[in-house]
Design a protein around this ligand. Sequence first.
Ligand SMILES: Cc1ncc(COP(=O)(O)O)c(C=O)c1O
Length: 473
Amino acid sequence: MIPVYKPYLPSYVLKYAHDVIDSGWISCRGPYVEKTTEKLQELLNVKHALLVSNGTCATHLVAKGLKYKYNNINNIIVPNNVYVAAWNSFLYDGQFDLEVLDTDLDTWNADLSSLEVKENSALLAVHNIGNVINIPRLKEKYPSLLIVEDNCEGFLGKYDNKYSGTESLLSSISFFGNKNITSGEGGAVLTNDDDIFDYITKVYGQGMTKTKFIHDTLGYNYRMTNVQAAILYGQLKHLNEILYRKEVVFDTYKRLLSGLEDKIAFQKVEEGTKHSNWMFGIRIKGNVSYNKAEKYFTDCGVEIRPMFYDIDYHKHISISKDNRKTKNGLLLNDEVIILPSYPTLTLDELQYICNCIKNYVNINKNNLIGPELVSRPKLYRTLTCPTGAHGGDYIGRYYYSSYDLRTEELRKVINSINNGLYKTNNDVFSILSKFEYFRNTPGFIKENHNNYVENIIEEADKVINDYYDSLEK
Ligand SMILES: Cc1ncc(COP(=O)(O)O)c(C=O)c1O
């Protein structure tokens, strides 16, 4: 089965986690929490980042921060068809009513055309499946609207060339295992507001005063561990590589599925924004039942996911019928399928999935074949050049047909680094990502377990560790 997601955990990510375990600083204290916080603030150009244990508590802190600063807000405008944590986070304390907007059929985000700005209301913007809402544009249009972001799926997407989550009052991120950047479980809250930051920092750590063990506010334990932070730190070091790989996956889907516009639609990206490329979905026009599609794709050996379900499916959330305008949401539940989109998807797999899609939408009407006959991906993966290091700008340009060739290629990579042929960080980075790809190619290490390969791996490990150490300095 080709899964919907697999986290990409290059061995160097785990190196940092091992460091932490060796050091014994496995709870929330330790250098990685601090280092990663700084890295995140610098990357996103935001004043405060607070690392927390998951995206749900991050979003809960968004709700708490909003209420703390604006006590008059008791109505939160939320989208339909989002992950339940976005709604729950605003219900935990019983301080907000949810007002639900229906979903836009093109962007699959909240349809903001019916947005009404009221004194006691704020908007929770959720960048559904990674499709970023243009918050700066929204602020221009509705200057008095208070906006907070659940950026758990939008993280690393952009609006007006700024990272999503940085232009509203405060925002949340999730680093769950299926996110572009992961720490297993994990999350963060971003804000430029000092008061809010002080408040959420207090409640996330049991509401403690400046005196240890004296507490004056009802608080939680929402802290991220040093182990999680170390994994996150390693992931952020591979940021460009991961983003590149995801970009290739998304572009390849669009390329392979082009020409099917009368049958399927992609998520429409708003002007001035960049999708975070979290998950790739298609809307199959006229599909009468998601379950039918799921059965077909399961038979094909492809895992798919539904669009998040319409709020009406969630019986614990009671909202008056007046606040539910969710016709489009139900339609998208039938028509949208979320496809595998993990960073190491190969061209073979992508081609296979797209063939299954074409078959499903009856493109080959005269020649309709059963899922079992759509050609399966090859057992061994196509090697891709993930960074375009050799001018290969498209997935599949690099294809090594035998392990010998791969070994030789790796040998050349190491020699090149050792001989200083790659001078800039970008050059070295390209080569390193290529090496990572070798390492992560299933079968390569295991089935070529001989001294020659082992020596190369060991040598490359050293070269790469030295490289990462030099980055630290
Ligand atoms: C929109 C949204 N909000 C909140 C969360 C909660 O994040 P977590 O699973 O890390 O708790 C998620 C999770 O993916 C999400 O998609």
